[in-house]
Design a protein around this ligand. Sequence first.
Ligand code: FES
Length: 182
Amino acid sequence: MSHGPSAPAQGAGHAAHHDTPYVPVFTPGSARAAELAALIRRYPEKRAALLPALWMVQQDRGWISEAAMLEIAEQLGCTAAYVKGVVTFYTMYHQHPVGQHFIQVCTTSPCLCAGADKVVEAFLEHTGCKELGLTSPDGKYTVIEVECLGACGFATPVQINEDYVENVTPEKVPAILAGLKD
Ligand code: FES
């Protein structure tokens, strides 16, 4: 069980973000188009390449817009609704622009019992994020709560972009933030 809204629906509390004019990621002849074509060849169905295709878009653009979902749907021969269903299922895909440092704090019961809620509060306070899921005014940070990060013995674990930090306490938060590279 999580404290408060668990892994808030991304986009909740956000102004609508638009990605126009949309510049396609998989432009014919581009390196990304070749990469996607190579991936598709590995699978019996095109749409099996959906998860890595989404990663490519997120790596290049930082988030996955509705226009990007449509582009992927066209590339993989499925509907935009199918793509959106996958994007909205996984908290790892961003449906709106997020901060340079995307901070995910586990607030599932074991970590909550160890004080994860206080860790969340400390991140919000020291990043300047007004609330969960909203990006700080300087664009550097977004903090969300997530379910079990698979490091229950090291409460509270926090994932910052691709990196894990374990045994996080509120007191450690300022030093952790200071150690993040711009
Ligand atoms: S419950 Fe927090 S990492 Fe598993």
